[in-house]
Every structure is written in structure tokens, then in C-alpha cells.
Design a protein around this ligand. Sequence first.
Ligand code: CP
Length: 326
Amino acid sequence: MPTKPKSPYLPFGDQQTAPWYGKDILSVRQFTRPDLEYIFSVAHEMRVMVERIGTFDLLKGKILANLFYEPSTRTFASFMAAMQRLGGAVIPISEVRYSSVAKGESLPDTVRTLAAYADVIVIRHPEVGSAALAARYAGKPVINAGDGVGEHPTQALLDVFTIREELGHLDNLTVTMLGDLKYGRTVHSLARLLTRFENIRLHYVSPDALRMPPDVIEEVAEKGLPQEEHRTLEGVLPETDVLYVTRVQRERFENLEEYEKVKDAYVITPKTLEEAKERMIIMHPLPRVNEISMEVDKDPRAAYFRQMEYGLYVRMALLAMVLGKA
Ligand code: CP
């Protein structure tokens, strides 16, 4: 639960007593289970509203600065769409080389500038801790859209929302994470967030070079969740309720030979899924490269394109919350 609002002024009409008003969203560590239930209920309402009327004016007059130092399709576009579907406006900065960053401007000065023009800042940056640094200087709510190999909290929220919408519950699940668990910030955030639920069992399937980092394993172990590491999916898939596949991220490797050795370590095909439960889901934060064959897309258990759509509703909920409208 957040503590102190940071907005330096309180525009007319905002619900200043709303619990998330003026707060940053930097890490999944911020969220208790009741917080998650609240976010998901707001996200579900957003889904219903979008399906019924498409766009509405909840955030009319508000401005989002969408500041991306790293490539993105889904996170960038869904935050823009979220703000626009809520009637707000967006300052989009996806090519920082065309901004004053290219002249050597520091992150604190860049966010101070954007905070002067916008009501909320979404930031993706290659360095761990960059969103927290931005939040110290912004004076407006900052939302972490991925900080290097650190965290991607809004992705983890949409991942858990996807499980809730698709399977109907968040307790009593076996979740198998597969692929690049070392550099994949989405799985770091998701493993941490799943500790909020009851009777969750985690399997980590990865090549030796891409194992889940020890700090994540320790944090999850402290909450008492059973975790097992594997090199293959064999024997794990039949008991899996959620198979969370990740891309091996070429951009995180300093040595491309190392990348070549592991890049096709796992490929999910219709044959792989013969072993899977009938009622389970396959998730992927996307973008996908080769790790899920396109033939899997038509399998009803393939939830990854629906997952990406759920991201819109979760990000609408988060924007409304930090701007005092939910
Ligand atoms: N899942 C995700 O973060 O995708 P993008 O990199 O396209 O934003």
C-alpha cells in the first residue's frame, strides 16, 4: 500500500483521498493481495466499459508523458491507448535520440521537465533502478514500464489479471516459467507477485546459463512457495496450469556466441502440448521470436494475444488510480 501523495498541486475535481492518488508504481513489492484484488476489479470494469462504449472521459484534461529509452510495441502503445480511451492526452517519446537526451541531458532533468508538462510519467529505461531514480525527481506519479533486467511491474499485474480472467481463480495453481529466466524481467516480477496467492507451485525451466536469479528464488522461498528448477519441460507440463514462455533476449547478451548457444533451447509446438492439460493456458509477454510455433496460435489454450489485450485494461486502471479517479 502506498504512503504519501506526491502531486505538488491538487487539481480541482480529483479524489485526493483515493488510496493510490499521486503514487508511483515501481515494483510489484508494493502490492498486497487486497491491492491486487482492487486493481483487478477496476481493470475488469475498464474492460466492460471499453467493450460497451470504447472511449470515455474519466481522465479528460490529464496528460501522460510516455518516455521510452528502449524499444517497445505493447507497453508503449497500450499506455497510449489507455490514456486516450480514458479521454486524456499523451506526450509520446519513443525515440529519445530526437529529444534532449541526445544532447546529454540526465534522467533527473528529463523527468523534471516532463513533470512540468504532464500529470503522470511512464518510463522504460535499460538500467535497473532508473524508474525509482525518476520518481525521486518527478514530483508527479511515475510508472515503471521496465527497468533493464530489474522489474516490469505493470506486465506482472496484467499477467496475473490474465490468469484471473482466463482460469477464474488465482489460488491453487502450478505455474511453469520457461526460457530466459535470468534476463527476463517479466518473470522476476511475476514470481514475486505470485507469492501473494495461496498454494502456488513454481517450476523454472531454463538452460543452465539462463537460470532464475538467486535473489528472486530467495525472496519467493521466504514466502514459503515450493520452487523447482529443471532443464527440460519433460514431466513438468502435465501438471502445469499456466505455462509462461519467454524469449531469449539477444539485446541482454554481451557475447553473441553465448546467445547463439541458447536462443532455440525450447520451442513449443502442437506436439509439445499433447502432454498438457485440457484446461490450462499458455502465456508469453511478447514479442515472440521462435519459442512458440505459430501453429500453436489457434489452440484455445494459447492466451498470449488475449494477455496483451488485458494489458490495456490494467494500464487504464493504473492511470485512473494514480490520477485519483478510481
Ligand atoms: N511485453 C512487453 O513489454 O512488450 P513490449 O516490449 O513490446 O512493450
